[in-house]
Design a protein around this ligand. Structure first.
Ligand code: SF4
Length: 233
């Protein structure tokens, strides 16, 4: 894998830029979310191995080996494998195929990175957590009420983050962290290349207006769009 600024790989630089861009584009969202409200911080947090490597690095820098051990110890063999990654779902959607059913609903257990109602890895949390926002205060089961446009924009970012890790793994938090720490969990699926963006017709113009500036953002001496292209496998 190619290496650029400060020894970071191109994929890592792309991931960080996508996190930054997502934060900027979602800053104006009017949400009921606030520190201490953690109704959505449940198990079954999905992420890529690239995101998990970023999380692991930040936890190590913060001296939180205890959290890493807790996460790795959670990669139980019975933890399910996601039925699909976001790019696999997009591929099936574009081919008008029915996707396989998702695994059983989550247990409702709190995320292992949650303590006293706060995320212990907030700055390094995966996109699944960054995208979680609700217009209304969530009920105890964590069901958010999201604006349809938010769902479209977040889905595009999920697909781009997966493209940054094409060939890597995708799954639930404990299993993916375990893989990054050298384990061999069997319950991951492979990150796929971006097959296209199956966007609802009513959001296409709004998205097109965003994609130009997004793909032009500089990453490692080239535009983000070209960097993503270089990461196709
Ligand atoms: S990683 Fe942090 S933000 Fe995400 S579910 Fe866990 S505690 Fe919540």
């Amino acid at each position: 894998m190619s290496s650029d600024n400060n020894g970071l790989s191109l994929a890592d630089l792309v991931l960080r830029e996508l996190y930054r861009a997502h934060a900027e584009l979602t800053r104006e969202r009017e949400t009921a979310c606030a520190p201490g409200c953690a109704a959505c911080c449940r198990d079954r947090v999905q992420l890529t191995t690239l995101e998990a490597a970023h999380l692991v690095e930040r936890l190590r820098l913060a001296g939180r080996e205890d959290l890493l051990e807790r996460l790795a110890g959670d990669a139980a063999p019975e933890e399910p494998r996601p039925a699909w990654s976001m790019n696999a779902l997009a591929r099936m959607c574009l081919a008008q195929e029915d996707p396989p059913a998702e695994p059983d609903p989550p247990s409702g257990r709190a995320c292992l990175l949650l303590a006293d109602g706060l995320c212990q890895a907030y700055e390094a949390r995966p996109l699944a957590c960054r995208a979680m926002a609700s217009r209304r205060r969530c009920p105890p089961d964590g069901r958010a009420e999201q604006d349809p446009w938010w769902v479209t924009l977040d889905t595009v970012f999920f697909q781009l983050v997966e493209q940054a890790d094409a060939g890597g793994g995708f799954g639930y938090l404990g299993s993916v962290v375990s893989r990054v720490l050298g384990g061999e969990p069997a319950n991951l699926v492979v990150c796929e290349n971006l097959p296209g963006l199956p966007v609802p017709p009513q959001h296409q113009a709004r998205l097109q207006a965003l994609l130009g500036p997004l793909f032009a953002r500089p990453v490692g001496g080239r535009p983000l769009g070209m960097a993503l292209q270089a990461l196709r496998r």
